[in-house]
Design a protein around this ligand. Structure first.
Ligand code: NDP
Length: 340
């Protein structure tokens, strides 16, 4: 395979404007378009191409098919002092999260720990925005969601788990938080799709072809299954994500989503569970110095790279971002041919 990618430089404002125009042209109201465009722009800003403009055609397909309501307004209920229940009203997650995360943060800041279950929602993005939001309020954040089956549990060759991301953020007053946000598959499916598009081989252990044999060819893995990271250990974490984001939200497990989804190219309906913890209330003032000493000690280690560091470094660059040129043409065409 040879690299075929052809890119064009766009400013972050151009990325946001293009995404907003395309979303408004195909069924979003202003609030939902602004929230999705913000999510997409922040992904491009941080160098996460698989959750940037790359997702826009999928967002639009699911509005065109009638699966997702681009004008959804979430219904937020605080059912207990530490439990927030959010009906996403069959809309995309970004607007729902923008409305509901402040309620979760407020609850955790009063009770020490609070959990938010999001259901009837469609998540097609990364999870770091929600946990970083919490860390910015001096809270620890944990979030997870599942998807349609594309990952074979350890020992099997049948897709049953989603790529089931798990994200964690820990605040570091005076510095960027420590954040990890990772698929529990060896690679996120978006990265496999991008490798197929750009003609790149996959790392060993990414997946199996339709014959159940390991392969480095992204096209074969897309016809076959992905594998969890780290063998049975990653598989156990993926299992946990299924249970937390489905059994505990009341929304679909990945295998249920597969039966119900219309496969229009956008996301399946699913739940997301977000937990917020307040170190100030749980352990008291000392946590700042204690964890700061931990990071100082850890950062002495040669070769260390903290999770989130790449994202935060990219964020400091206010220049243009290189975006796949064919993708820009596709989205520009969508923006110029409204379907509503
Ligand atoms: P990566 O493997 O690229 O990165 C996972 C985490 O590890 C990141 O926090 C990253 O930090 C960190 N990291 C990467 N390399 C290193 C390193 N060498 N040393 C230390 N830390 C490192 O992400 P994935 O491909 O697993 O996931 C990509 C995205 O896909 C996630 O944002 C996830 O939420 C999303 N996703 C969403 C789904 C959905 O249904 N909505 C489904 C599956 C995935 P940094 O950011 O700084 O690189």
């Amino acid at each position: 395979m040879s690299a075929t990618q052809d890119t064009k430089a766009l400013t972050l404002d151009e990325i946001r404007a293009l995404a907003t125009k395309a979303l408004l042209a195909h069924g979003c109201d202003e609030a939902n378009a602004a929230a999705i465009a913000d999510t997409v722009t922040r992904a491009e800003r941080d160098g996460s191409a698989s959750h940037g403009l790359f997702r826009l055609p999928g967002y639009i397909k699911s509005m065109q098919s009638g699966k997702v309501n681009g004008k959804a307004q979430p219904v937020i209920e605080q059912t207990l002092p530490a439990v927030i229940s959010v009906d996403g009203a069959h809309g995309y997650a970004p607007h729902t999260l923008a409305e509901s995360l402040p309620v979760l943060a407020q609850a955790a800041s009063q009770t020490g720990i609070a959990v938010m279950r999001l259901y009837n929602s469609f998540h097609f993005a990364a999870l770091w925005p929600e946990v970083e939001y919490l860390a910015d309020q001096n809270l620890v954040g944990i979030a997870c969601t599942c998807f349609k089956p594309s990952v074979a549990p350890a020992g099997t060759s049948t897709a049953f788990f989603g790529t089931n991301p798990l994200a964690f953020a820990f605040p570091r007053p005076g510095s960027t938080p420590v954040v990890f946000d990772m698929a529990t598959s060896r690679l996120a499916k978006g990265d496999v799709m991008i490798a197929a598009r750009d003609g790149h081989d996959l790392p060993d252990g990414t997946g199996l072809g339709p014959d159940g044999q390991p392969t480095n060819d992204p096209n074969e893995v897309l016809k076959g299954v992905l594998l969890p990271f780290g063998g049975y250990k990653g598989s156990a974490i993926s299992l946990m994500v299924e249970l937390l984001s489905s059994a505990l939200t009341g929304d679909q497990f990945s295998y249920e989503a597969a039966k119900q989804d219309n496969n229009d190219g956008g996301p399946a309906r699913g739940g997301e569970l977000i937990i917020a913890l307040s170190p100030d209330l749980i352990v008291g003032d000392g946590w700042r110095d204690h964890s700061s000493d931990f990071f100082k000690e850890m950062e002495k280690l040669e070769g260390l790279r903290l999770p989130g560091a790449r994202r935060h470094r990219n964020r400091g660059d206010e220049g243009t971002r290189d975006v796949n040129a064919a993708l820009i043409t596709t989205i520009t065409d969508l923006a110029n041919t409204p379907s509503v």
